[in-house]
Write a protein that binds this ligand. Sequence first.
Ligand code: ADP
Ligand code: MG
Length: 626
Amino acid sequence: MTSKPGEPRPQTASHIVELPEAVKNQIAAGEVVERPASVVKELVENALDAGAHEIRIDLEEGGVKLVRVIDDGCGMGPEDLLMAFCPHATSKLREVADLDHIASLGFRGEALASIGSVSRASIVSRTTDEAMGHRIENRGGEIGPVLEAGGARGTTIEIRDLFYNTPARRRFLKRTQTELARVLDVVQRLALAQLEAGFVVTHDGKRVYDVERTMDLAGRVRRTFGADLADSLVAVSGVDGTVRVEGLLAPPRFARRDTSRQMWFLNGRPLRDKVLVRVLKQAFHGFQVEARHPVAFLSLSMDPALVDVNVHPTKSEVRFREDRRLFSFLVAVLRRALSEADLATPGEDLLRTAWRRSEREAPQGYLPNPGALEPLRGGTVDPGSFRAREGTAAASERDLLVPAAGPRAPGVGETSGTFDVAGALGAAGEWGAQDAFEGPYLQIANTYLLRRLPDGFEIIDQHALHERLTFEGLKRQVEEGQVEVQRRLIPDLVELSRAEVKAVEAQLEALSASGIELSVFSPTTIAVQGLPALLRRPDPEAIVRDAVAALERTGKAPRPFELVEEVLHSAACRSSVMAGDPLTQDEIRALLSRASVLESDQTCPHGRPTRVRFRLADLEKAFHRR
Ligand code: ADP
Ligand code: MG
């Protein structure tokens, strides 16, 4: 009934008419059904209200094309099916007084009617005592008859083509991935709230989320948000009269900019509530930076008469009847849990910051060389002072590592009070000499070395570093064709097969070029005459067996360098300072100073890092100073 402005309205009996049922429902749908996620929320809540233990949610195109929820709940008989799509039809509420103590998730009797009016919907359901199931359809508000159908006990609801008949609504939908993310958020919250039920979500045929029915809250948090968070959670539990709180708190370092990981559940219903946001803020007061929001998963159970859930159509806001008392009870419980928890930030977090930083600063996998430090200028810390000094150390490195020539670096196990670091480093200068090698060093578990740096500190794996040192030394000697060999006083005998002895025999020369001096002792025995002097505590048998394996793999005369890579690699590892060797300050100093002139001392020959460095910036982050 349109009329242009200023024109008299056409004469009819009444201007005000009652809207057709379908239009009413579409308008009501505006409150409840905004997007696929709201459909999923209503349907899953219905399944939970029906006592379901296993709930499966199949989605297509983020739920816009299809939302299918399958449950093993109580099901609906044909009479209930007939009513299911009718507005304000519910089995959960009978009279006004019931509104005061709502224990179910739904109660308004609106959802199915609303959803059905803006989609092509169908329900197939069977109760326990029925032999047959039944089916009903709703095409955009046109409800069909109840028909017999097959089906297991429980209910399957399909919602296809959401908003197909309300294009204006449909335009507000976002990209598939966005809608899917919102659906998952809804399901995850329900899965964390309802610990009695298992959930499976598929999207376009692929499983995208699941929690087993038997999983507890911590297990579900782990599945949903990862082990890092789950392993750090602090348990909370408290009772005040009929009110009970139970759940998990994350230490302050997990706090976020938003409240999206504050999950409160009231009698199994996920809820957002400003009062509860304040509870957490108050509880963490003094434990963390104010601007951040802590992470928590907390379940409240209380007599439904103590809350009003009928405040908002989506029922995610509530009104507590005794909110002051509740507030102080909750704050006290949470603060107690926090003060008993171990809140120290694990070094792992620090590591992550450090790695993130080094990835950002060194996009092509460049690792700054920590050994040779630039001099400190003008008493201030130059943030760039850890950049590698290319080339300058190469000459002295040779001297240091070939024991036969030049000023020899002290080996591990020797004492070096007089080693001239500054000299060995050439241009590196005073500061590097002082800080890099003077210590004091802390040895932890006879394995890790800790040393101060001008803008932070460093932890070194002594075994990995020594392994690199030995390996680099061997490599250089092999390249220069003069491997220093330690001859065995009594040759070690290694038993091999005839074929293996033959193979070794054919390559005696190549092996000797790598410092592995062998001879044939019998058709099945190899004698080890000498091994590279750089290997401390070598294991002759292991070296021979590795060499045999390398020969078998290459099948031809290996180049000496290949032997170093294949055989001496492992030998360097076995012979190096093992994790567990106690080292003196001087030995540590010697190890570090020798390593500092290597081209590469950031990883052991197998690629494990030799050191982890923390800058002041990392520490500042860890301590929330920035
Ligand atoms: P409400 O949940 O507020 O009662 P709904 O429109 O969501 O309203 O559902 C209407 C009624 O349909 C419910 O009260 C319930 O009796 C029935 N129903 C809906 N879904 C299911 C289901 N999955 N299993 C059993 N009954 C259901
Ligand atoms: Mg409902």
